[in-house]
Design a protein around this ligand. Structure first.
Ligand code: ADP
Length: 748
């Protein structure tokens, strides 16, 4: 037996290749991908097929029925062509009837085998006319070719329909690649069936390489771009060859006389020239090819223009419009969108992101409300920080199970590629870019360029967002300010009304009160009437009430004067000790009734001050009456005084301090400023008795307003110190009054 070596040199490496790739693809198979299993099956059968060829070549393999032995590799080839159809269905239609076609293919092969094995008894001659005859020995050969034809036509038709129907560019691109690989594969299979087995095997091998590559790669390089590269490289090669030949021939002709080294002399300079100019030549050819086949984009120019245009934009909408517009223009895209990304806390320590569409691809942009931390999108965009293509989402099993909201968001967008935008520490945005107008897919250079553009956008986006939040704060501030102004105006109006009311009421009440007072006085001077104890009591009551009313009206008048700054001070030197004695004499009876004690401390040493005695009497009168009112029976009231030298820091001038202290119910710290406002009352007014000095008797709430007005008109200050209100322990209150010794000019 003679061993032909040549076919073995081809088959053995092929068998090794198929075996290794079967194992590798089995190990790397993705559990969710049926196509991966079919690929392993396909490679495994290819290995067995090549093994069979080797065994047949070395003659180890013998079957007793010769036609079966002869045809055995052909059955294998038909099986492989059938697997190609199943693979096509699986690749481009998620749930395809891959197994059904494979089954039909197997039945067909089994039929041929049975005929070859003569298991079905058939006559030698099937059909004869005078011109042609059809014999059983040719039948299996014809059946193989028919099977091949049916499978190729079926696959071809399916791919053409798929190509036409494909909505996305990446599927079209994929079909193009797959179609190319299958043409080579079916060509190889045909050569094989026709008996040109070596060439056929070689073509089948090349096609298998392509098939593995296509199934295992998500993002195939753009078909057109590849074609351009190939054309450019071929053209450059041809031009170089022409130049070299021309130069060489020219050199030969010029140097014709110098026989032995003329070829070196003529080829060397040409070679040098080509070495130097090859690269620029290649660039130029590439440019020309690109210009002839479509408008190319210039990467550097695109980058420069982009950063120049967006760096100064501070408005988010405008930024989105300009950035998406420039990118679409540079890459000739159908459209694009920019999403703003906000990190949100979802509670229970899980964080997520909210995607807010700014610039749409035509209509309104769908927002993606929540993208949780553990979502695959978040992992790609935040963890890996890389672009994501539609191809990957469609093909990778990682994206097979997506939450409902993400699926509908994706469906609403016609996106070919997502580019995340990151600042140093944060994910701030996302470009969602549509397919290219030309139908070409994104090349790796495109993705690289987009990555750089996204980096540039990050800074601008952050600035714009900062401005946006500043604008929001500013608007809120403005609104708050307007509301405050409004409230202020209202308050002023109320204040005006209040003081108008006080002034009108006090003036209007004064006249009838004087009349009433006059008549009551008359009644009280009627001796006869006063002898009757009943009438005397009534008249006393009337007199007391009129007095109290008079006092209240006086206070109202004072407050009105203080409000309108009409309080006139008639100043003169005052001995405060004398003034306070005089005031306290008016309360002697009340103190007695209430069994309280009144004490003076240090007043003798107080120097004389310049002031208005009449108004100051009111001040101390009010303070003393309050002290009596808010101190329980048996309590102690102290009026202390001291000189304040100019160095004390309390006053700008030299002055005196008077402190009226009691052992009464005290005043809450939060009320200590408010009690000086007009008509102030603490809560439980209803419980108060009336009367000037009865315990907790209710007053009009004007006393302390008069005190403060008068003291301040004198250029002094008044405040209260108390631990708080406590009607059980009686912490007491200290009213401090500071008055300057001399009146400053403006108060005179
Ligand atoms: P009234 O005429 O109601 O006493 P004032 O203006 O004199 O009005 O006082 C205002 C409020 O200050 C009083 O209602 C009271 O609650 C509180 N107050 C004034 N002086 C004292 C004091 N010596 N002890 C406790 N509370 C006081």
């Amino acid at each position: 037996m003679e061993l032909s070596l040549l076919p073995l040199l081809l088959y053995i490496p092929l068998a090794a290749f198929y075996l290794v790739s079967t194992v590798i693809n089995f190990l790397r198979k993705r559990l969710h991908q049926a196509a991966d299993y079919f690929l392993v099956l396909f490679l495994g059968i290819s290995f067995l097929e090549t093994l069979l060829l080797i065994l047949q070549t070395v003659g180890v393999f013998e079957v007793f029925i010769p036609p079966v032995e002869e045809n055995l590799p052909h059955y294998g080839i038909l099986l492989l062509v059938g697997l190609c159809l199943s693979l096509s269905l699986l690749l481009f239609k998620k749930k395809g009837p891959g197994w059904i076609f494979l089954g039909l293919d197997l039945v067909w092969i089994a039929g041929i085998l049975l005929v070859d094995a003569k298991a079905i008894p058939l006559p030698d001659t099937l059909w004869v006319t005078p011109k042609i005859g059809f014999y059983t020995q040719n039948m299996s050969w014809a059946a193989l070719l028919i099977g091949w034809g049916a499978l190729v036509v079926g696959t071809g038709a399916f791919l053409i329909i798929r190509y036409v129907k494909a909505r996305t560019v990446f599927i079209k691109n994929r079909v193009r690649y797959w179609g190319g690989a299958l043409i080579v594969f079916s060509g190889g299979a045909l050569l094989f069936l026709l008996g040109i087995e070596h060439a056929g095997s070689f073509f089948l091998f090349v096609a298998s390489l392509a098939i593995i590559y296509i199934i295992r790669t998500y993002r195939l390089p753009d078909f057109q771009a590849m074609a351009y590269k190939l054309i450019s490289a071929t053209l450059t090669g041809l031009i170089s060859l022409l130049l070299f030949t021309f130069g060489f021939l020219l050199g030969e002709r010029i140097l014709g006389r110098y026989s032995w080294y003329r070829s070196i002399l003529s080829s060397l300079p040409m070679a040098l020239i080509l070495i130097i100019f090859y690269n620029p030549l290649q660039e130029k050819v590439k440019e020309i090819v690109q210009i002839l086949t479509g408008e190319p984009y210039n990467r550097d120019r695109a980058l420069r223009e982009y950063s120049k245009s967006i760096s100064s934009i501070l408005e988010i909408d405008l930024l989105a419009t300009v950035s998406v517009g420039l990118i679409s223009e540079a890459l000739d895209l159908v459209g694009g969108a920019l999403f703003l990304v906000d990190e949100v806390e979802l509670g229970t320590g899980v964080s997520g992101w909210r995607l807010r569409g700014v610039k749409g691809m035509g209509g309104t942009l769908p927002n993606l409300d929540i993208l949780t931390e553990n979502n695959i999108f978040a992992r790609v965009f935040v963890g890996e920080q890389r672009p994501l293509t539609h191809a990957e989402i469609d093909l990778s099993h990682k994206f097979q199970t997506l939450p409902e909201n993400v699926v509908s968001w994706l469906q609403a967008l016609d996106v070919e590629v997502f580019i995340p935008i990151h600042t140093k520490s944060e994910w701030v945005g996302l470009f969602a870019l549509a397919p290219k107008r030309s139908g070409a897919s994104y090349s790796s250079e495109d993705l690289e360029l987009l990555g750089t553009l996204a980096d540039q956008t990050a800074v601008a986006l952050q600035n714009a967002r900062l401005v946006e939040s500043l604008t929001v704060v500013n608007n809120e501030f403005r609104r708050a300010y307007a509301a405050m102004e409004n409230a202020h105006e209202k308050l002023e109006r109320i204040e005006r009304t209040k003081s108008d009311f006080i002034s009108i009421a006090s003036h209007e009440l004064r006249t009838p009160l004087t009349v009433m007072n006059g008549y009551t006085q008359m009644l009280s001077s009627d001796g006869e009437l006063m002898e009757n104890p009943y009438y005397a009591d009534l008249i006393e009551g009337l007199l007391g009430g009129a007095d109290r009313l008079h006092e209240i009206i006086e206070s109202m008048l004072d407050v009105a004067k203080i409000d309108t700054r009409a309080l006139e001070l008639r100043t003169q030197p005052i001995d405060l000790a004398v003034l306070l004695q005089r005031v306290s004499r008016n309360f002697e009876r009340d103190i007695q009734v209430r069994e309280q004690s009144l004490l003076f401390q240090g007043l003798e040493d107080v120097p004389k001050i310049q002031g208005d005695p009449q108004t100051l009497e009111k001040v101390f009168s009010n303070l003393l009456s309050n002290a009596i009112k808010y101190t329980p029976n048996g309590g102690k009231i102290t009026i202390g005084g001291q000189h304040i030298p100019p160095t004390s820091g309390l006053l700008e001038w030299e002055g005196v301090e008077v402190v009226v202290s009691d052992t009464g119910i005290g005043i809450d710290p939060q009320a200590q400023k408010e009690i000086f406002t007009r008509f102030y009352h603490d809560g439980d007014v209803g419980l108060h008795s009336s009367g000037k000095t009865k315990f907790k008797a209710r007053g009009a709430g004007l006393g302390l307003a008069v005190v403060q007005g008068v003291v301040e008109a004198h250029g002094g200050r008044v405040w209260v110190e108390s631990e708080g209100k406590d009607e059980k322990n009686f912490p007491g209150s200290d009213f401090h009054i500071i008055l300057p010794l001399h009146q400053p000019a403006q108060n005179l």
